[in-house]
Structures are given as C-alpha cells and as structure tokens.
Write a protein that binds this ligand. Structure first.
Ligand code: ZN
Length: 301
C-alpha cells in the first residue's frame, strides 16, 4: 500500500467517527437544553403572594417568575416592553383579578396565546355576598380562606394543562391548604376575645376584617396606597381613634411611617406595621401574616 493512501485511510477512520460523535453529542446536548426549558411549564405571577402560591403548587415542575419587580408596589404598575416579551413566552399568567391588574385589559393587544389564571374567578362564584360587599377591594389574598381558593384555582389550571402531573399539583395544593387552615385557626383563636376596631393605612383589609369579625378603619379612604391623605381625612381618623380608644396606628412596610406617626402623636399612641403583603421580603405568606397577627394582638388584645 502506498504510504499516502494508508495515511488517508487512517485519517478517515480516526476523523469520521470523531466528527460524527461530536455532531451527535452537540445534538443531544441541544435536545437536553430544549427539554429542560420547554418541558417545564412557564408561569408568570403578577405579584408577590401569587408568586408564592404558584411555587407552592408547581414546585419543581413549573418555572414561576414574578412580573412586578422586587420591591415595586403592584398598584398602578404597568408592564414594560421586556415584560410584554416575557408574558408572550409564558404558558400562564396568574393574576389576582377583581381589577387589581389594570394591564390585563391589554393582553389582547399583546397577542397573548397562553392561559390567564384569574385566581378570583371562583371567589366571585362562591362568595356572592362578599363580592357585593367588597366590590371595590381587590385584596382577597389577605384572607387565608380566600387565599385557599386562589391556591386551588392555580392547582386546577396547572392540572388541566399538565394532566400527567395532576396528582402532584393537587397534593401540593392540599398540603399548603393545611398550612393556611392552621393560620386561619390561629388568627381566629388569638383575636376572638379582643376588641374589634383597628386603623389600617390603606383600604386593604376588608376581607380579613370580615372573616375575623373586626372593623377596619383606614387613614386613606382608598384601595390605592399612593393617594394622599388630606387634612380632613387625618382629622377624621384622629377623632375615630379617640372615640374608639384606639392607641395603635398601623403603617405599611412600603409606606412613609410619618403619616401614621402624625396621628399616633395626636393620640399618644404608637405606630406598628400591618402589611398588605404586596411586595416580597425575607419572609413568606404564613410568616408575614403571623407578624401581622402579632401586631394586631398588640393593638386589640
Ligand atoms: Zn393594596
């Protein structure tokens, strides 16, 4: 055999399998990458509590992203162009509903093809009396009983889209629901013998107050924490505090505590936090609701 031919044959034997192996290897790693990013359901939660509820239900089978950036208050928030692109790629958008997310109306213009999970949908049907009483209040997540319905609605939508993992989603929803039940019993027991009137910052605790037989008064007579209190509203709330012998004035974790401080000074009272849980922090839904309970106990018991 000619030396040159022999060299060519050896080259072919060595090079061909190697190159075909490398083609196969890169194909397969591409397939793995595609499988991991596309087989997981992609969900976007509009703001903090829904983000946590969706994670509790979906766990490692659903990739949940928070739409409103961390630290940003979700009232009046509008998506950017990047957010719209993220929305368009998602399988689910999980919203609170009850008018909390104004931008939902423009999903049609965004040409969104996925599923909108409105976690208030079953609450309207099952709680007619409440939906009439509180038609202007979107803060359903602050009532653990209604939060359970929100969790179940998320589990049902995940189950419909991914029936193979239906038991997984339903089981996760059940175990989280047990946690919410424990929280509910604790709030009910701890507040049952205490006084009922409290002064919150914005009008966020109607469903909570209704559930636990409390009376909410607010510094801002609005569902929107960005509105400004007037001299008249401050005077009214100071009078309310005096009449009802209230000595704790609540503020929120994301609002300027000086507004509540002005009122507290007038009545020789104290400012504590009652969080509407609208933005994320180090805690979780249960721990933060328990902090709210502790502060309510200091105010009412
Ligand atoms: Zn609010």
């Amino acid at each position: 055999m000619n030396k040159q031919v022999k060299f060519a044959i050896i080259a072919i034997i060595i090079v061909i399998p190697l190159s075909s192996y490398s083609v196969w290897a890169s194909d397969s790693s591409l397939q793995i990458r595609e499988a991991t990013s596309f087989s997981k359901l992609q969900a976007i939660a509009s703001f903090y509590p829904l983000y946590e509820f969706a994670q509790q239900v979906g766990q490692d089978k659903v990739n949940v992203q928070l739409l409103v950036p961390e630290g940003v208050e979700p009232h009046d928030w509008e998506p950017t162009i990047q957010d719209v692109q993220l929305i368009q790629k998602s399988d689910f958008i999980i919203i609170n509903g009850f008018g909390f997310e104004n931008w939902v109306e423009s999903l049609g213009e965004m040409n969104y093809q996925g599923i909108v999970v409105d976690t208030s949908s079953q609450i309207i049907k099952n709680n007619d009396e409440k939906s009439i009483l509180f038609k202007n209040d979107p803060h359903i997540w602050l009532n653990p009983i209604l939060a359970k319905t929100q969790v179940q609605t998320i589990a049902d939508e995940f189950s419909k889209s991914d029936p193979q993992n239906k038991n997984f989603y339903q089981k996760n929803a059940q175990s989280y629901t047990l946690e919410l039940d424990k929280l509910d019993s604790k709030i009910r027991n701890d507040l049952s013998t205490c006084s009922q009137d409290f002064i919150a910052f914005h009008d966020a605790f109607s469903y909570f107050a209704y559930e636990y037989n409390l009376h909410q008064h607010t510094i801002l007579s609005s569902n929107d924490p960005h509105s400004e209190p007037t001299a008249k509203t401050l005077e009214n709330i100071i009078n309310t505090a005096r009449e009802l012998k209230i000595n704790i004035i609540f503020t929120e974790d994301t609002t300027d505590p000086r507004v509540s401080g002005v009122i507290a000074n007038e009545i020789n009272g104290k400012v504590l936090v009652l969080s509407p849980l609208e933005i994320s922090d180090d805690g979780n839904y249960i721990s933060r609701m328990t902090e709210n309970l502790d502060n309510l106990k200091e105010a009412l018991c």
